[in-house]
Write a protein that binds this ligand. Structure first.
Ligand code: GDP
Ligand code: MG
Length: 300
């Protein structure tokens, strides 16, 4: 008997959804940073077991949306959980639940598919605080399971996998068992660059940046991949920040991204980065679409 299904990972920004996805899959398919709203697309990560295939779908954090980029993020998250066999709703053990958490928990009451509450970041919680916390959730909401874990440290993730397999429907695998993601290489490369620039730059710059791969040439004979990528920002001033004094900032982003790419693609990488300005792209449907954040959810 083989089981397979789609599992949506949802929750507020920054609760650790992408970290959990990577832990569940055992590969870094999703970028993660300490800044909220790092994830912008639906990210699929596949865990292949002997008797099951678990297709996890990481989503942008759910929050009250203001710009159209933000609306796209929230819509992408909602679409993912409409099509799931199981929903993992994450919360951060280190923080009191707020309005946004409650909005998400309440909206899940109407779901017909089972929902697990995953209390993440228990490494930040005092041991004696855990049981009362679980009890409080159990009395308030109809979660099928409540699973405390640490995505970062890997505590209790096996239990989550076990409970997930139990609930999945019988069926053949949706993807080839060698795959751990359905995302194209170009998309993964662009995301690695976006992770580094998000970590290195300050204030609004990460939120104003999109990365587009202009060229991705795999020279298999030389085990070399040549990548040309453009970072788009909204203002000249942001372009200046990204390039930095004597180009130092851009060079550092490229250096760090290249290290990750070489490990991920098991090849030497020749990476060239350019910075371009598209005024107010986060507010214009045309540009959003161009940068992979429009139309149907997923990647471009
Ligand atoms: P997302 O926005 O929900 O996808 O959150 P990320 O996966 O990008 O993680 C947000 C931040 O929380 C990052 O700095 C992670 O390292 C951190 N984080 C994720 N899981 C854990 C955890 O189990 N324990 C701790 N202490 N930090 C975590
Ligand atoms: Mg994320």
């Amino acid at each position: 008997m083989f089981k397979s299904g789609f599992i949506a990972i949802i929750g507020k920004p920054n609760v650790g959804k992408s970290t959990l996805l990577n832990r569940l899959v055992g590969e870094k398919v999703a970028i993660t940073t300490h800044k909220p709203q790092t994830t912008r697309n639906r990210i699929t990560g596949i865990r292949n077991l002997e008797n099951a295939q678990l297709v996890f779908v990481d989503t942008p954090g759910i929050h009250r949306a203001h710009t159209i980029l933000n609306r796209f993020l929230v819509d992408t998250a909602r679409q993912a959980f409409m099509n799931a066999d199981l929903i993992l709703c994450l919360t951060d053990a280190g923080k009191e639940p707020d309005e946004d958490d409650r909005m998400i928990f309440e909206s899940l009451r109407e779901m017909t598919v089972p929902v697990f509450l995953v209390i993440n970041k228990i490494d930040l919680l005092k041991k004696e605080a855990l049981l009362p916390l679980i009890d409080a959730y159990r009395t308030r909401y109809p979660f099928r399971e409540i699973i405390p874990l640490s995505a970062l440290k890997g505590f209790n993730v096996d239990r989550l996998i076990g409970c997930t397999v139990d609930l999945l429907p019988e069926g053949p695998p949706h993807f080839h068992p060698d795959l751990f993601t359905d995302l194209p290489e170009r998309f993964l490369a662009a995301e690695m660059i976006r992770e580094k620039l998000t970590l290195i730059t300050q204030r609004e710059v990460p939120y104003a940046a999109a990365v587009v791969i202009d060229q991705f040439k795999d020279d298999e004979a030389k085990n070399l991949i040549r990548i040309q990528a453009a970072i788009y920002v909204e203002k000249e001033s942001q372009k200046g920040i990204l390039i930095g004094r004597k180009g130092q900032m851009l060079k550092e982003i490229g250096r760090q991204a290249r290290i990750d790419m070489e490990a991920f693609f098991s090849a030497r990488i020749y990476l060239e980065l350019f910075v371009r300005v598209r005024k107010n792209w986060t507010r214009e449907a045309r540009w959003l679409h161009e940068f992979g954040y429009g139309g149907k959810s997923g990647t471009s």
